[in-house]
Design a protein around this ligand. Structure first.
Ligand code: GLC
Ligand code: CA
Length: 557
């Protein structure tokens, strides 16, 4: 890409979301308080102290709502209730209070593109006739073909297979079809229906009234669909997705979503404090994504360009330039991210040259295995490189322990719908969702008192338990703590950005933020660090040089 070289001016301000570090909790795998092998809200509350020590500003909780758990809770049956698996609404309030008492803000996950098929809106729609207001909550359509036996268009599901399922009408006859961009148990809502819009405004208020600090919004770019639901113009090449630079398919980033986010922003701003929304917006190019973080829309959107760059210096160089250009243009922070519950953990991803597709498809025992030693080295360097950048950063539970992906999970344990929907061709995302190791000496490595764990933990997690790493100054955990504390002390999140001449790739990338130089060595040659003061490095610096795959923060002498 022919890209201008970016620079970014410091944005001092009190808005935490511009520069904060947000830690993603995947509740079912964080900590189990009642021994059933599934993490829960009480488990989170009991372990919040360790996150305070880590030095994060906020947590984002993946869904804990009432749900049949067909997609790890991203199939919500009641947006205003807690699933008994995770506890009660009282447990939520108590967890929130504890977090706030520790100075940790809490963002929760809002899933507006689809509900569970068990949601009462969908159940009512099923029992109502075609054309009824109940069916208008979703996208019900008559099928094509003589007897409506063919799906209404050519859309396919993100999880594999068709994006349409046919229902039985009240009289038992085969009837209309409904669209689901994900699993068939996740029918898409019809966002052109004002009733749907109003219902979600109430949901937002319900949680804001309870005191949440904001929302991570799931699949916002899928919410609005083009009028009439036309065919995907190049489904054969793109499957469920889109190809950047090509015509925009009818289910992704339609302009009609913007008024909805503006209304949500108004609601957030009508509450005291600094509440924020982060969109999981897969919108490319970033110049288009920037529209989503205009001052009256989302506060943040995940910078997936950065995550998708792998650890390739020229892609990263372009991604960073493109990010500052796009987001500075609308006065928004860039929101950096390398991990979440949908992609292979970066330690393993970078230890195996996996492409973007493999990262979200997962890796199983029959596929090439990562080099987890090399992976850890690169991952720590990558994290240090990310944490020096101005803007907000997200980290995903377990990356502070240097956890690898579970790449040898037996198929019988797999729960991600992707696995079943593709007949096992894509193993899915279970490998990054394995319960956390807390204490080496207990069963299930301290995740649960009974030793139960909804997914088995790989053996390697034992030595990576938090209790072990807490006592070890050279551990990955100590490294994350140190990096987060320095980042705060030096106010790097609110800082400035300029590339350092001589480090524009491909052998090294280097930038300066508020008097601190951050350099990553991608090349074969050592880089002499001269007399500069080393503030922190991803691995010990030996002989005054930065070796391949090491990253350092320097202050000029
Ligand atoms: C988002 C979630 C993912 C989920 C999907 C459908 O991408 O992060 O886990 O499967 O949306 O809700
Ligand atoms: Ca539990």
């Amino acid at each position: 890409m022919d890209q201008a070289i970016a620079s970014h001016k410091a944005t001092r301000g009190s808005q935490w979301w511009r520069s904060g570090v947000i830690y993603q909790i995947y509740p079912r795998s964080f900590a189990d308080s009642n021994g059933d092998g599934i993490g829960d809200l009480k488990g989170i509350e009991q372990r919040l102290d360790s996150l305070e020590k880590l030095g994060i500003d906020a947590v984002w909780l993946s869904p804990f709502y009432l749900s049949p758990q067909k997609d790890g809770g991203y199939d919500v049956a009641d947006y205003c209730d807690v699933d008994p698996l995770f506890g009660t609404i009282k447990d939520f309030d108590s967890m929130l209070e504890k977090a706030h008492s520790l100075g940790i803000r809490v963002m929760i996950d809002l899933v507006p593109n689809h509900t569970s098929d068990q949601h009462q809106w969908f159940q009512k729609a099923l029992k109502s006739s075609p054309g009824s207001p109940e069916r208008e909550f979703y996208h019900f359509k008559d099928g094509l073909g003589e007897n409506g036996e063919l799906p209404p268009n050519n859309w396919v599901s993100m999880f594999g297979g068709p994006a349409w399922t046919r229902v039985k009408e009240k009289d038992g006859s085969l009837g209309q079809w409904y669209v689901h961009l994900f699993d068939s148990s996740q029918p898409d809502l019809n966002w052109s229906n004002e009733k749907v819009q109003e219902a979600f405004e109430e949901i937002l208020k319900f949680w804001l009234d309870r005191g949440v600090d904001g929302f991570r919004v799931d699949q916002p770019h899928a919410m609005a669909k083009a009028e009439g639901l036309p065919d995907h113009p190049y489904v054969a090449e793109a499957g469920a997705g889109f190809i950047e630079g090509r015509e925009n398919p009818p289910m992704w980033f339609q302009d009609e979503v913007h008024p909805i986010f503006r209304r949500w922003r108004e609601i957030l701003e009508s509450y005291e404090g600094d509440r924020a929304m982060c969109g999981e917006a897969y919108v490319y190019p970033l110049s288009l994504m920037a529209k989503w973080v205009r001052p009256d829309e989302f506060h943040q959107t995940f910078n997936f360009r950065f995550l998708d760059a792998g650890w390739d210096p020229s892609k990263l160089f372009d991604a960073i330039n493109e990010s500052f250009e796009a987001f500075d243009g609308v006065g928004a922070p860039s929101t950096w991210v390398l991990n979440n519950h949908d992609v292979m953990r970066h330690r393993s991803r970078f230890g195996g040259n996996y492409g973007r597709a493999t990262a979200s498809d997962g890796v199983g025992p029959n596929q090439p295995q990562p080099d987890n030693e090399l992976g850890l080295k690169i991952a720590k360097g990558a994290t240090l490189f990310m944490l020096g950048l101005p803007g907000a950063s997200y980290i995903y539970q377990g990356e502070e322990l240097g956890l690898p992906e579970h790449t040898t999970l037996e198929n019988k344990f797999r729960q991600d719908p992707t696995f079943a929907r593709t007949g096992g061709q894509r193993v899915g995302r279970d490998g990054c969702r394995v319960p956390l190791p807390w204490d080496k000496t207990s069963s299930s490595i301290g995740f649960s008192e009974t030793g139960k764990s909804w997914l088995p933990q790989p053996e390697s997690y034992g030595l990576l338990a938090r209790s072990v790493q807490e006592k070890d100054e050279s551990s990955t955990l100590s490294f994350y703590r140190q990096a987060l504390s320095l980042r705060k002390e030096l106010a790097l999140g609110e800082g400035s950005f300029d590339w350092v001449p001589g480090h524009l790739g491909p052998d090294s990338l280097g930038y300066e933020n508020s008097g601190v130089q951050v350099i990553y060595n991608f090349g074969q040659e050592d880089i002499d660090l001269g007399s500069a003061e080393v503030l922190i490095s991803s691995e010990p610096i030996v002989g005054g040089v930065l070796e391949k795959n090491q990253c350092v923060w320097l202050r000029n002498a």
